[in-house]
Design a protein around this ligand. Structure first.
Ligand SMILES: Cc1cc2nc3c(=O)[nH]c(=O)nc-3n(C[C@H](O)[C@H](O)[C@H](O)COP(=O)(O)O)c2cc1C
Length: 406
């Protein structure tokens, strides 16, 4: 049976499913609850040192810092939501680690944000001393009240700040250390820093800034305010692009990816793109952490069916198979007229959607059944995606890859 063990630096995880930093991990009590579900690790909700926290948000009683106004609006596959940071500053978390960490079976990773390099260094030392098994520095959070602070929130979009913070924290602590960065498609250079400065892992995240929709009957917003969209399937595809940028690094640094996981297949896909572990939040908010067992079973059964013995075996396998867009264009002449649509006329109900969506005039519905003009078909697959009867498919789609790889 496939072994699900994986690594984050020198840290050994039982499996690659991590309960990410977020609403499920706001306090020590939450971590105790997470511990019941068999995740590979759990990451505490991000907080600041108390002194720095006060400069960003106002403390109030009875919790020290506000997260009580968290609100969620379902988009179907995710949430548009508002949230704060951990209601507890690093000092309280450090005490919690000291008092509780020995009783927790799951690997617990600390998470830290700061508005200065000193804040990152001091917070990291505090967590190490308190017994945190690893630390993730959070450099990619779009909360609006963080953005005026160049070392917090959007710091991950600035390669120089990422390098400064990661270098200094690396010098200060020797527990496994990672940085969480939100991918910016216009500038992937920050993603290169964690490995360059000797971090043990990096977390590739995609959290979209978002504003709420409108309740059309009442002409009111769906949510009183906004911050971010999480859980969206689009996040997974954007993260795949980030992982492509990291394809020369995934053997040298452990990558954790986070965004848009809805089932075991998404986790397997992330691993095939080079991730060693996958962090999940929205799915567990939607369906509960009891799902972790099902995810583990799904991954394990799939690996057995395909002959992958370990996560390491499966890691990155898709990367050599991907072509550039230029490669695809270069094969146009040889594939024209060969990658074409075919139809199961028995299944076709003559609805005509395929004819409507075809830009090339390659598909017609005559007497309630589909007719294909193969010479005109460009093999784009739009008709296949649109057919409500699943009566269409593309032939020879593997040809482009075969031609390019020789
Ligand atoms: C309500 C909420 C709070 C979050 N808080 C944090 C946080 O404090 N620190 C952090 O690094 N990420 C935070 N995240 C981001 C998640 O850890 C995760 O990376 C992101 O939501 C993408 O994963 P998902 O699509 O599975 O939700 C939060 C996400 C949500 C939904």
């Amino acid at each position: 049976m496939a072994v699900l063990r994986t690594k984050m630096g020198s840290l050994e995880l039982e499996n690659p499913i991590i309960i990410s930093s977020g609403h499920l991990t706001r306090t020590g009590e939450d971590i105790k609850r997470c511990d019941k579900y068999g995740g590979g690790a759990v990451i505490i909700k991000t907080g600041f040192l108390e002194k720095e926290y006060e400069k960003v948000v106002k403390p109030y009683a009875p919790g020290l810092f506000p997260d009580a106004r968290a609100q969620f609006y379902s988009t179907g596959d995710g949430y548009v939501g508002i949230c704060g940071l951990s209601p507890e500053p690093v000092e309280i978390w450090a005490k919690w680690f000291k008092d509780n960490i020995k009783e927790i079976k799951t690997t617990v990773i600390a998470s830290l944000m700061a508005i200065s390099v000193e804040g990152y260094i001091n917070g990291a030392k505090m967590f190490q001393e308190a017994g945190a098994e690893a630390l993730e520095i959070c450099l990619g959070c779009p909360l609006p009240y963080l953005l005026p602070h160049p070392y917090a929130g959007g710091a991950g979009f600035n390669a120089a700040i990422v390098e400064e913070v990661c270098t200094e924290v690396r010098k200060a602590v020797d527990i496994p250390l990672g940085a969480k960065l939100t991918f910016n498609p216009l500038d992937a250079s920050p993603l290169k820093i964690p490995q360059k400065v000797g971090l043990d892992f990096m977390t590739v995240a995609m959290v979209f800034p978002a504003a709420p929709g409108v309740k059309l009957d009442e002409i009111e917003p769906e949510l009183s305010s906004s911050v971010m969209l999480t859980g969206s399937k689009a996040a997974k595809y954007a993260n795949f692009v980030a992982l492509l940028h990291l394809q020369d690094q995934y053997k040298d640094i452990h990558i954790s990816s986070t965004g848009g996981t809805h089932g075991w297949k998404d986790i397997v896909e992330y691993i095939m793109y080079g991730a060693s572990s996958v962090q999940v939040q929205t799915l567990f908010l939607q369906k509960g952490m009891g799902l972790i067992e099902e995810l583990k079973r799904g991954i394990s059964n799939y690996m057995d069916s395909k002959g992958f013995d370990s996560i390491e075996d499966m890691k990155g396998v898709i990367l050599p198979k991907l072509l550039t867009y230029d490669d695809v264009l270069a094969t146009y002449g040889e594939t024209k007229g060969k990658i074409v649509v075919s139809a199961d006329k028995e299944k076709c109900n003559g609805c005509g959607v395929c004819e409507e969506v075809c830009n090339w005039g390659a598909i017609k519905v005559i007497d309630d059944t589909v007719e294909i003009v193969k010479e005109k078909c460009e093999g784009c697959g739009l008709c296949v995606c649109s057919c409500p009867q699943e009566a269409l498919w593309l032939e020879h789609t593997e040809l482009i890859r075969k031609l390019k790889r020789g």
